[in-house]
Unconditional design. Structure first.
Length: 132
């Protein structure tokens, strides 16, 4: 790998809004976390742009959605991806309710598309998304 890399305009703007720790974490630890613990998922932009295969950490079975009468109406999944236009999903391109991510509900199952319903966190190079 080259020691010096050209940063995209979006990444440069991101660097202006963060602390030094967040910049270093984003450029090193975030990349390695996704590489180590991530799996292949597919991102489908709601704008109709071309889908892309990326790596993300899928946290399964963390949240259950409960209706007004107490019944479980569904399962919500938290997905962590790099905040990157090429190696993940750029936070500025997220369209909650329109975008979808395809992944298996359980390891080994057939992948299905699920809607991105909320951006939970956008910090230090990691984008946390709530899908259902």
């Amino acid at each position: 790998r080259p020691l010096h890399r050209r940063w995209s305009l979006a990444e440069q703007r991101y660097d202006l809004m963060t602390t030094r720790f967040e910049q270093i974490f984003s450029r090193t630890a975030a990349i390695n976390l996704i590489r180590q613990f991530g799996e292949a998922i597919t991102y489908y932009p709601g704008s109709g742009a071309t889908s892309r295969s990326i790596n993300g950490i899928v946290e399964r079975g963390t949240l259950q959605l409960i209706g007004e009468t107490g019944e479980i109406t569904g399962q919500a999944i938290v997905i962590r991806v790099r905040n990157s236009a090429t190696a993940g999903i750029l936070s500025t391109e997220i369209d909650t309710g329109g975008d979808e991510i395809e992944f298996p509900l359980r390891a080994g199952d057939t992948p299905r598309r699920r809607s991105v319903v909320k951006v939970i966190n956008d910090n230090a190079g990691i984008l946390e998304l709530l899908c259902q």
